[in-house]
Design a protein around this ligand. Structure first.
Ligand SMILES: [Zn+2]
Ligand SMILES: [Zn+2]
Length: 321
């Protein structure tokens, strides 16, 4: 399962349905081919309320594409993803917030080293809107499928982002902030990888990928055509996405490089909101430098939008101390 691949950035889509899920029609072979075509290194298989599909993936986990075993748990008051569960492990879905049992089910996933992801928190259909407190969850799926679409069932990603961004300030202040991730929620051909999460993992393995997602050493990309790097430095020290930077009261300098977003817009966000905005050239490649301090900014994170306003990439935070 582990790749001899070393510490680097890997791309993956952790919310994928096969024909085992209602409304989906992808075979495992199609999923593997599409994931490779989309430039992905890993996926998670997340059927609705069943692990019956886990057995399909056994032989494939040895290849270049790492497959995280998971489940989408569609409760009466919101959907969540269990990622990194045991082969064949079933997570119960027959409850809602008022039953008071969610923590018990989250525990079962945590006990086997798995992650619990609040899925598409602002999906507009019955039971699709996420009503649980976020505290027990490890990650929030801030970006689900197309950033915006005219489909009435499509999650409102703009609302999810606004909510997550607002909660970050409280979270950083309290010492525990919940990272964002993005997944396609693919049901049909052509959807895998839009968007996906890019993680800095110690190696290409299930455990290392889940560690990186849990820590927020990750950013979300609309496609593999988009790439970015973000570091913040203060004197001799530097930190990347998902890390903390001890600034020792020195000036902190954010450096961002972006590729693949022609005429896009970069915005920098802190606990004071959107604090800086700049445009990318028509070629789509650009670098941004911005100075701040721990006094001024409790954290920094970046959004990159296409010329039409749709999201191209968003990062987790670098916390300044
Ligand atoms: Zn769902
Ligand atoms: Zn789904």
């Amino acid at each position: 399962m582990a790749g001899a691949s070393g510490r680097k950035w890997y791309r993956g889509d952790c919310h994928v349905h096969s024909a085992y899920s209602h409304g989906a029609d992808l075979t495992p072979e199609q999923i593997v081919a599409e994931a490779r075509g989309a430039g992905l290194d890993f996926i998670a298989t997340t059927e609705h309320n069943t692990s019956a599909g886990h057995g399909l993936w056994g032989p494939r986990t040895g290849g270049e594409l790492v497959v995280v075993l998971g489940q989408e748990v569609t409760t009466g008051t919101g959907h969540w993803l269990a990622l990194g569960i045991e082969p064949g492990q079933e997570i119960d879905w027959r409850y809602r917030l008022r039953d008071g049992v969610i923590d018990r089910h989250l525990d079962r996933v945590h006990r086997v080293g798995g992650l619990c992801v609040a899925a598409h928190p602002h999906a507009p259909y019955v039971s699709g809107t996420f009503m649980y407190p976020y505290e027990g969850f490890d990650v929030i799926e801030v970006w689900n499928g197309l950033w915006t679409s005219d489909q009435v069932w499509q999650a409102d990603n703009e609302a999810a982002l606004a909510e997550w961004g607002r909660n970050l300030t409280v979270g950083v202040h309290r010492g525990r902030w919940i990272p964002a991730m993005g997944n396609s929620d693919a049901h049909l051909e052509g959807q895998i990888g839009t968007p996906h999460t890019v993680v800095l993992a110690e190696e290409l393995s299930v455990v290392a990928v889940l560690d990186a997602i849990r820590a927020g050493r990750s950013w979300v990309a609309g496609s593999a055509a988009v790439d970015l790097s973000l570091t913040v430095s203060a004197g001799e020290r530097a930190a990347g996405i998902g890390e903390r930077l001890q600034t020792l009261d020195l000036q902190a300098v954010l450096r961002l490089e972006v590729r693949g977003v022609p005429s896009g817009t970069v915005s920098i966000h802190t606990d004071r909101g959107s604090v800086h905005r700049t445009s990318l050239p028509a070629a789509g490649t650009g670098a941004v430098e911005w100075g701040t301090s721990a006094q001024e900014s409790a954290f920094v994170r970046v959004e990159v939008r296409h010329a039409d306003g749709n999201m191209a990439a968003l990062t987790n935070s670098v916390v300044l101390e």
